[in-house]
Design a binder for this molecule. Structure first.
Ligand code: NAD
Length: 426
């Protein structure tokens, strides 16, 4: 696989965990949460670090580091993706795990939150090496994972095949095929139809609700999307389907802009031919990832990494709506600036919850051993997300706060209520 140095991206130094906590604190205060419950809900339940020694293709041994954080299992088994990236670190994984708890509560599915990662650069590794890392990581975490305990899923740089290897490794250890151990698997291994597209599809569903809220019609609405992976590329295709115009897309090679609209089908074909990258996409002007964020457009959908919208650039954002396909793309300081400028932000814990919603469907289908049609999956996804959007909007109007704090209020209300009913053991 061709190695591409990521285009510099303006991720400033805001700690994603601190960023998450700042919003949590605001919402907890509004709810009048007592100190004990506050401490309980903010503290991750478990943090695990494992070493992953593997033999590389050239025969040398290399030791990687793997992480798994379970933030909460108050509302059910913990659920959360696994990320392969050189920048993975414990603060990021802790933040991502907590976001999963809040996200599952926002869409009202019976899961807690977790996240995992391996510090590695998949673009410098072969498929064989990635398989070895995945299998060793899974075997090391055999006692943490489990269909009733902690269920991984894909995240940045981990795909259906990697989920398949997790399922197979776990099944080898427990001596029977256990497909409910992981979601986002290939359909032939018990994956759900519509799971791969679910996050991007969900981004479009909540964007439509936001458009309605601000009085925008989908036809001709202009959209800029950062990141053209699982989330961004599907969201782009979905936006085109409802008649919107995607004027910019991007990936690690840079951003590509055409004010008349980018042909997303052709961009997908180009990406396939170029090792999964948008390298020199024809029919578009090359700009930077930073410039993409500041384009004159109706909707901005950051679908890559954290902290890209921060105190340095928030004042220059011109979009009317931001729909956060990525987890944590906006820092807490940036929120204040976006609020002041009247930009409607559909927060990550609502906007990208389509993925975990269909992961929940996949887990349910695996446990009952009966598979639904794509129409069933999509109809249920639509219902879950539109109901969650309304519930968040209601909280935000009731407490006169933005949609992000509204979403945190809803999530904390639900988790705290479950905790109150369960009580504290010990
Ligand atoms: P992915 O690996 O499929 O795609 C990531 C995209 O971001 C790629 O196009 C990549 O080139 C781009 N990118 C990475 N680093 C970049 C950089 N420095 N500059 C510019 N672009 C960069 O990952 P994904 O699954 O699409 O996840 C993207 C985001 O969505 C992450 O924040 C992830 O946590 C979040 N998310 C994913 C899912 C899911 O179901 N996959 C669900 C919820 C949230």
């Amino acid at each position: 696989m061709q190695y591409v140095e990521p285009a510099p991206i303006n991720r400033n130094d805001d700690d994603p965990y601190e960023s998450m906590m700042q919003r949590f604190e605001v919402a907890a205060k509004i709810l009048g949460l007592d100190e004990g419950t506050f401490d309980y809900l903010k503290t991750p339940q478990m943090q695990v670090t494992v070493s992953i020694p593997i033999k590389l293709d050239d025969g040398t041994i290399k030791v990687f580091e793997g992480l798994r954080v379970i933030h909460s299992s108050v509302r059910g088994p913990s659920k959360g993706g696994i990320r392969y990236h050189p920048d993975v670190n414990i603060q990021e994984v802790k933040a991502l795990a907590a976001w999963m708890t809040w996200k599952c509560a926002v869409v009202n599915i019976p899961f807690g939150g977790a996240k995992g990662g391996v510090i590695c650069d998949p673009r410098k590794l072969t498929r064989v090496e990635l398989e070895k890392i995945t299998r060793r990581y899974t075997s090391k975490l055999f006692d943490v994972f489990g269909p009733e305990r902690d269920i991984p899923a894909p995240d940045v740089n981990t795909d259906e095949q990697i989920m398949g290897w997790i399922m197979d490794t776990y099944s080898m250890h427990c001596r029977h095929t256990e497909n409910a151990i992981v979601t986002g698997k290939p359909a032939d291994l018990g994956g759900s139809v519509g799971r791969r597209e679910a996050t991007g599809r969900g981004v479009r569903i909540v964007a439509e609700a936001a458009m309605e809220q601000v009085g925008l019609k989908p036809e001709g609405t202009t959209i800029a999307i950062q990141g053209f992976g699982n989330v961004g590329s599907v969201a782009a295709a979905e936006f085109v389907e409802i008649g919107a115009k995607v004027i910019a897309i991007s990936d690690v090679t840079g951003a590509y802009y055409n004010k008349n609209g980018i042909n997303i089908q052709k961009a997908l074909e180009h990406q396939k031919k170029h090792d999964g990258l948008l390298t020199d996409l024809p029919g578009a002007e090359k700009i930077t990832n930073e410039e993409l964020l500041e384009l004159d457009c109706d909707i901005l959908a950051p679908c890559a990494l954290e902290n890209v919208i921060n105190a340095k650039n928030a004042d220059r954002i011109k979009a009317k709506i931001i729909v956060e396909g990525a987890n944590g793309p906006t820092t807490a300081k940036a929120d204040d600036i976006l609020d002041k400028n009247g930009i409607l932000v559909v927060p990550d814990i609502l906007a990208n919850a389509g993925g975990v919603s269909v992961s929940y469907f996949e887990w349910v289908q695996n446990r009952i051993g009966y598979f639904w049609s794509l129409d069933d999956v999509n109809a249920r996804l639509h219902r879950i997300l539109t109901e969650a959007y309304e519930a968040v909007r209601t909280r935000s109007e009731r407490h006169e706060v933005n949609m992000r704090i509204g979403a945190y209020i809803l999530a904390i209300e639900r988790v705290a209520n479950t905790l109150r009913l369960r009580g504290i053991y010990g």
